[in-house]
Design a protein around this ligand. Structure first.
Ligand SMILES: Cc1cc2nc3c(=O)[nH]c(=O)nc-3n(C[C@H](O)[C@H](O)[C@H](O)COP(=O)(O)O)c2cc1C
Length: 233
């Protein structure tokens, strides 16, 4: 059954942002060059694949100063950032001046800038654009792409819940995951109502060695959580 209109919202913008933030993404810098030779670039985490045709997409805020250029330029490059490029990510996400000053890059086949150190890049024809909400969705047709040598093993930059991370093999992270799941047992169900608000979100000081039997809510409330059974030394 198709509904004529979407239902009224039952969440606030903070909840929406928090929920979106749980979707971990890579980070890209999208670069282009105007006819007059000016280099333009912005940090974007909205990049995603569309199809093997090969098409990709990303979205840009309508208020972005670079919008007029990206709307009209025929090509751009999606540079996928490596973890060591965090400063570059911040620079292209905030700096108002020349973001390319001192940034090493070379010209791709379309003469658009490809950033040195990117772990992958996609040179795209600016195929189509869709105005939606306060963003424009760009669909790019990939004409060239490259990936940094696997032997270099440079990890990607990862954006999650407003913070930057990188990746490690899942197996070596299992211990940390046990800690996280044990925290969930502590936070839900929450500590008793009479605990101070700060104490109600208390976590073990050293997450890699949680000593649940020693954890206390606060000096005012000395109740202990139940010993955690999820954690195994
Ligand atoms: C990690 C990260 C991801 C971002 N992702 C996007 C995005 O997908 N789309 C967007 O419009 N802005 C995004 N931004 C914000 C832009 O990079 C920022 O607004 C930039 O200054 C726009 O430049 P301009 O106004 O010169 O065009 C992101 C910023 C950061 C730090």
């Amino acid at each position: 059954m198709t509904r004529a209109k979407a239902k009224a919202l039952n969440f606030d913008p903070t909840t929406f942002l928090a929920a979106l933030g749980q979707f971990a993404t890579g980070v890209t810098i999208i670069t282009t060059r105007t006819d007059s030779g000016q280099l333009i670039g912005i940090t974007a985490s909205s990049f995603n694949s569309v199809s093997l045709d090969p098409l990709v997409l990303w979205s840009l805020a309508t208020k972005s100063a670079s919008m007029p250029v990206f709307r009209t330029n025929s090509h751009y490059v999606v540079n996928v950032l490596a973890a060591p490029q965090l400063e570059l990510c911040r620079r292209f996400g905030t700096l108002k001046g020349d973001r390319f000053a001192g940034v090493s890059h070379s010209a791709g086949d379309s003469s658009m800038p490809v950033l040195d150190g990117a772990i992958a890049w996609f040179e795209c024809h600016n195929r189509s654009r869709y105005d939606e909400g306060d963003h424009v969705i760009f669909v790019g047709e990939v004409e060239r792409c490259g990936v940094r040598g696997q032997s270099e093993r440079v990890p990607p930059l990862v954006f999650h819940s407003g913070d930057f991370h990188t990746l490690g093999p899942l197996e070596s992270s299992l211990a940390s995951i046990r800690v996280v799941s044990s925290r969930v047992r502590w936070l839900w169900p929450a500590p008793p109502r009479h605990c101070a608000p700060a104490a109600r979100s208390m976590r073990p000081a050293r997450p890699r060695r949680p000593s649940w039997s020693e954890a206390r809510c606060s000096s005012r409330c000395q109740s202990r959580p139940a010993p955690c059974t999820a954690w195994k030394e």
